[in-house]
Write a new protein. Structure first.
Length: 237
């Protein structure tokens, strides 16, 4: 489950260039930038808490474009690297690599992370999966490899104040995501559309400060869960 949390959360950060861009960016991704988070999750009736670190380790060139390589790692888990590229109207993820792989795997299509500029009402879609819904009696219990859903992301606000262990931040953008996964939940309800909900808060000059994922479900066949991630400290070069 820890690797899952890393996966969905970190397709959402990008590279910038120059001090002014970094100060004004919701994604200050100069090499050497580092974020530490506390992750609290509940799944299948079990609660867990762990530390998670994201860092920008280097800049590379791919197809004549500058690409930021972000590394994501947590306790008792392998690290994952994401390649983020900047297009004229959006930031995209173009590849990823785990510590078990020698080379990065290119995405079939660039995966939209955030639009540029980030404005209230902006919306986009991308594929997601379930990270916390588990089968109760069938194996494999996880659905992440077999079930996909199209999530619609919307910038709900750009002037929110967020308080996390790392401090209080103002003028933050809140991005919400909503998708529905159709499952045969039990003989009584039959097929049911299960909501998958994501809320993310990004602050200028800091980056991602808070993230929530909610997948509520409790039936004879499935159990759900949720996760909250909050910034505890950060380093900006």
């Amino acid at each position: 489950m820890r690797h899952i949390i890393v996966s969905f959360m970190l397709a959402a950060m990008l590279c910038g260039c120059g001090n002014k861009v970094e100060e004004d960016s919701y994604f200050p991704l100069a090499t050497g930038t580092r974020w530490a988070y506390t992750v609290s999750s509940e799944s299948d009736g079990n609660a867990s808490r762990e530390n998670h670190v994201i860092s920008v380790i280097k800049q590379i060139t791919q197809d004549n474009r500058q690409v930021a390589v972000r590394r994501s790692e947590s306790e008792q888990n392998i690290g994952v690297e994401y390649w983020i590229s900047t297009l004229p109207d959006r930031f995209v993820r173009i590849a990823q690599r785990s510590d078990l792989e020698e080379r990065a795997t290119m995405d079939a299509q660039p995966r939209t992370v955030l639009p540029v500029p980030l404005r209230k009402g902006s919306a986009w879609t991308t594929l997601t999966t379930t990270y916390f819904i588990l089968r109760k009696s069938e194996f494999p219990r996880e659905l992440k490899y077999s079930h996909k859903a199209l999530m619609t992301y919307t910038v709900e606000s750009v002037d929110e104040t967020v308080t996390v262990p790392a401090g209080q931040f103002s003028n933050c953008a809140r991005v919400s995501g909503l998708a529905f996964l159709t499952l045969y939940t039990d003989p009584v309800r039959g097929f049911h559309k299960v909501p998958l909900v994501t809320n993310e808060w990004y602050c200028k000059g800091i980056g991602l400060v808070k993230l929530e994922r909610i997948e509520e479900l409790s039936t004879a066949f499935f159990s759900g869960g949720k996760m909250s991630m909050e910034l505890t400290e950060y380093v900006l070069p």
